[in-house]
Design a protein. Sequence first.
Length: 136
Amino acid sequence: MQFTSTPRGARLARRLVSHRLDEWGYPYDSTANETLTLIAAELAANAIRHGHVRGRDFHVRLVQYSVGATTFVRIEVADTRTERGPPLETPAPPTVDEEAGRGLLLVSRVADRWGVAPRVGAPGKIVWAALEPNSQ
């Protein structure tokens, strides 16, 4: 799914992720849907705030996969800014008076896994998070 790198694009991405999860059997009011939608919102917000390149969109990919008997849902948000990426380890909590810096900390706390990967075939990077929705 491709979205404009604007607050409206981030809002549409979040809504589409929540809708798709509901179609996959994770109802809107379930903990899994709410958690995955929160992750999508944070990653999309970071893509437009930190990964935006003028005139380029961000992409969201939602994948459900299994490892053995365990099912995961993975959210990938790709932006087009290669030279600027998130820390590779869990970020330190911001100070009380800092206005930003909580997004990836929140993602790291609610996701089962998260990471950063280079974007293949295009400039930029992918920030992803995976959750085992049935453990919620």
